[in-house]
Design a protein around this ligand. Structure first.
Ligand code: NAD
Ligand code: IPM
Ligand code: MN
Length: 365
């Protein structure tokens, strides 16, 4: 039997709750498709701060290094917001992990499934046309990592600053990922920037155009970020691959999630050049609902599916998970945040949603 070696970092807030469901789903898929896991569970983020005084303990990093892939939950929460910036869960574990493994390519697929238009926050006639986008977000550069950054001065004159920065190399390698992805999809790349203002964006646009020359079969368009957030609402169905830098991709992917119905539906894959990846929901630790057993586990489960597909060579199992998720949603299995206000339907708990998906994986054969 094939065995995959994975590091599981559930993290904080709803992380452990939704991770438990993803693990159930992985086990069920393994049983159906003839593989198993050797999983190392490690602390990360606030949970690691509480236990070891640091958000990314050496042991956690070592586990990730030894693994074939990392399945990540989410980190952060009000409990750790008072800490110095670099000791906080996000800046002290998530961003360093992305940088350490050179996970420059973040894929965030967002889709309105046929039949699930009512879940969308779009106006009904627009949702009826559907949406199937892939946000390709650069993940290790931009204003997230650019130097210098800091705070200087005193009193009213104190200021904070960050550096938005991209090299030609960084732009080219993420652009290639977007064009390659478009070839497997509907052949369109929409590159998002702010080239009417930002120097970084001017270089971005130049380089994306240069790469496009290698892909005559792919249509390239450019759009400013402000207009992009608006057009995505107005004509979501026309978008295919959305290519973005780190900051704009962060913003537009949350919007794409809500067009499908919930933050709890959007998975992501963060990949490096050799195909190693970390897989995590696009949403966060959701402190407002953590501990109640009501979070939607679908984003975590679909992230596990992306892991099977991109890092573990288990595409058939990934397909089965994706189908089981779609079927469960189509059958009306919905966690609370997906229900319309005033709905009389009883929402499923996190665990019930996981069970519904597991059941459909088992039935599929
Ligand atoms: P969030 O994504 O945690 O929550 C935003 C909203 O979406 C909340 O109303 C939340 O309840 C809802 N939501 C998110 N995931 C859900 C799910 N699976 N099911 C149902 N509802 C869901 O964003 P935030 O509130 O801005 O951030 C909370 C904390 O999470 C912060 O510390 C932030 O830095 C962190 N964060 C971490 C990650 C990560 O670890 N990858 C990603 C985003 C935010
Ligand atoms: C995401 C998150 C992170 C980001 C935060 C928690 C650092 O919002 O993965 O989208 O901004 O990349
Ligand atoms: Mn985000």
């Amino acid at each position: 039997m094939r065995e995959h070696n994975i590091a599981i970092l559930a993290g904080d807030g709803i992380g452990p709750e939704v991770m438990a469901e993803a693990e159930k789903v992985l086990a069920a898929a393994g049983q159906q498709f003839g593989f198993s896991f050797r999983a190392e569970h490690q602390l990360v983020g606030g949970a690691a701060i509480d236990a070891h005084g640091t958000p990314l303990p050496a042991q956690t990093l070592a586990s990730c290094e030894a693994a074939d892939a990392i399945l990540f939950g989410s980190v952060g929460g009000p409990k750790w917001e008072h800490l110095p910036p670099n000791e906080q869960p996000e800046r002290g574990s998530l961003l360093p992990l992305r940088k350490h493994f050179n996970l420059f390519c973040n894929l965030r697929p967002a889709k309105i499934h046929p039949g699930l238009e009512p879940l969308s926050y779009l106006r009904a006639d627009i949702a009826a046309k559907g949406m199937d986008v892939l946000v390709v977000r650069e993940l290790t550069g931009d204003i997230y990592f650019g130097q210098p950054r800091g705070r200087e001065g005193e009193g009213e004159q104190e200021y904070g600053y960050d550096t938005m920065r991209y090299s030609r190399f960084e732009i080219r390698r993420i652009a290639r990922m977007a064009f390659d992805a478009a070839r497997q999809r509907r052949g369109r790349v929409l590159s998002v920037d702010k080239a009417n203002v930002l120097t970084t964006s001017m270089l971005w646009r130049e380089e994306v155009i240069a790469i496009a020359a290698d892909y005559p079969d792919v249509t390239l368009e450019h759009i400013y970020i402000d207009n992009a957030t608006m057009q995505l609402l107005r004509r979501a169905s026309e978008f295919d691959v959305i290519l973005c830098g780190n900051l704009f991709g962060d913003i537009i992917s949350d919007e794409a999630a809500m067009i499908t119905g919930s933050m709890g539906l959007l998975p992501s894959a963060s990949l490096n050049e050799s195909g190693f990846g970390m897989y995590e929901p696009a949403g966060g630790s959701a402190p407002d609902i953590a501990g109640q057993g009501i979070a939607n586990p679908v984003a975590q489960i679909l992230s596990a599916s992306l892991m099977l597909r991109h890092s573990l060579g288990e595409g058939a199992a990934a397909d089965a998970i994706d189908s089981a998720v779609s079927a469960a949603l189509a059958d009306g299995c919905l966690t609370g945040e997906l229900l319309a206000p005033g709905s009389q339907q009883r929402p499923l708990s996190t665990r019930e949603m996981g069970d519904a998906i597991v059941q459909r994986i088992k039935e599929a054969r």
